[in-house]
Design a protein around this ligand. Sequence first.
Ligand code: PLP
Length: 378
Amino acid sequence: MTFDPETATFLIAGPVRIHPRVLRAMAMPSVNHRGDFFHGVVAEIRELLPVLFGAKGRQLILSGSGTAGLEAMYSSLLPADGRTLVLTNGNFGERSDQIVRRYAKNVTTVSAPWGSPLPAAAVRAELEKGDVRAVCVVHNETSVGLANDLAPLVPSIRASGALFLVDGISAVAGIPEPIDAWGIDAVVAGSQKGLAAPAGLALVHLSERAAAALHPGTFYLDLAAHLKSLEKNDTPWTPAVPLFLALREALLVLKEEGLERRLERTHRLAEASRAAVAALGLSLFPEARFASDTVTAIRNPEGLGDPQLRKALEHEYNVLVQGGQGALTGKIFRIGHMGIADWPDLLVTFAALERILGKAGRVPAPGAALSAIVDRMP
Ligand code: PLP
């Protein structure tokens, strides 16, 4: 079987597989983005966005990938005075650190090695030193398949009075994001992850406190300008119209499933993936108790690099999974199972993986990985 993008089993860590309804929604002649039809689309999206975030608040749609959303959040919210704390334990945390340093002066970075949990005691110690005005953290570190356990940090962050700014790009609609319970001030979601819309839109949720703290940062991504236009179901600049049409449909698909059910399905797929990984004699990259439910990161077995594993999956079985980033290239591979990913995707992927490992004489218990998945199916 050769690789065919139209029929592939597609489990990269985002963009994810897109429902045909969502694809069809984009196939529309040009519409006037300043006309009634499009204003109606934006109005509907605004009504549906609380389904995505699981919370109500000021919610914005930006044309641009997740990074545009992060740049909008940091440039519009990072305070000119006081300290900003950035927490990192993976590639995207380090990316946030780079963006933050463009817009804030007094930045302290608290890091853990890629794939290790955040050092809670060091974070608390920094907060206790005082004058921290913003805390920036990636909720789900896609690069290492790790969900940061933020709950233990929440009381200290709230006590400090700092703005709590979250990169939720691969978390929203994938793992629980308790926006109100944790008092998150801003969270960025990417269209191409748990929502299963095409790549190219960033969705931003703001608390009332964050909305009041907005200040001009970049021109294009000025969140205050976007909020003002949105009140009239409008956008300040020409929006990515087909993506907005797809967004509306993807939100309807999510609403029909329900956020809770999507989270539950994603969790079950993740548990099944982790069990199948163990059955294949492979090991997870992050500490198992912090393994993400949206993306499973697996260490390459000794002697089997990208060409023997990932490329074989792609070229021989038409299955796409993702490689490692930066220093982890060729050392780990990642299976995304968020959005509308489902049981058949996992069965095909692990069957192909077992075959590849089997041919290399590396399967301890043939059939055990598929059984591990089947046993966890509803
Ligand atoms: N942050 C996280 C946690 C991500 O997973 C990603 C993309 O995978 C990004 C930031 C960057 O988003 P984008 O590539 O959509 O700009």
